[in-house]
Write a protein that binds this ligand. Structure first.
Ligand SMILES: [Zn+2]
Length: 245
């Protein structure tokens, strides 16, 4: 995987600012573009699993390897806290795969893995059915039945389900599931884990705290925002302790 830089406080704040009012895909890209030199258009065309693997690595650089997720039990409603590490949900993806080929029941399909641009296009669709049709139209590169070319819209549902399964296998990081078990009622289930929304909500909490600290120090010492952000977290903490007495 490409090397990512740990983001400084000012860069994190800037990425958060860029992502305001934007889609999750855009937010993910805002963070990744700040953390590596690869052109944005190249990063936007990464498969979702490849993008999420980078985001997971950046999350580890930024806030450390431990993740704490909260879920409610679908059977009894109890609140569960699950602690795991970035390594636990880091999938071993087949190297450099960007396309899948499916041959079944006389059909032959070649499709590329969905990327951030696809997700953004789907987010603008009115309903799930339209989004699904559009995803198929965007990602299926070639389709034929008994050797004759076939438009993607004519592909049967069962074949598309097989295609979806093959895509997940080729891009496992795009679909992270956590095995949950409720200690209250012993119900077990699989919960989806989305690194984009998880990382972004952590970032929001971090921004809120950081801006509050900047405010306190600027108020007390008359320092500029950039200078306060450039302080190491330890130095900043000491000054804050002194201001608060
Ligand atoms: Zn339960």
């Amino acid at each position: 995987m490409i090397a990512l830089r740990k983001l400084a406080a000012a860069q994190l704040l800037e990425a958060w600012e860029h992502g305001q009012g934007q889609s999750p895909s855009y937010r993910a890209l805002a963070l990744l573009v700040a953390a590596c030199d690869e052109p944005p258009e190249l990063q936007a065309s990464l498969s979702i699993g490849q993008r999420d693997a980078r985001l997971l690595a950046l999350r580890e650089l930024t806030f450390g390897p431990q993740l704490v997720s909260v879920a409610s039990c679908p059977a009894c409603g109890a609140q569960l806290e699950l602690t795991f590490s970035t390594g636990d949900i880091c999938a071993q993806a087949p190297d450099g795969v960007t396309e899948v080929t499916l041959v079944a029941d006389g059909y032959t399909l070649r499709a590329r893995l969905p990327n951030s641009l696809d997700l953004d296009a789907l987010a603008r669709c009115a309903d799930r059915a339209t989004a699904r049709t559009q995803l198929v139209a965007r990602c299926v590169l070639e389709a034929s039945y008994a050797g004759k070319p076939l438009p993607a819209v004519d592909l049967p549902e069962a074949l598309l389900a097989l295609l979806a399964a093959q895509m997940t296998e080729a891009d496992p990081q795009a679909d992270v599931r956590l095995a949950m078990n409720c200690p209250d009622c012993d119900h077990g289930w699989q919960a989806s884990f989305d690194i984009v929304s998880f990382f972004w909500s952590e970032l929001e909490a971090w921004v809120q705290q950081t801006l509050r600290d900047v405010h306190t120090l600027a108020w007390a010492y008359g320092w500029h925002e950039a200078d306060i952000l450039a302080l190491s977290p330890w130095r900043r903490r000491y000054y804050l302790e002194m201001v608060r007495g």
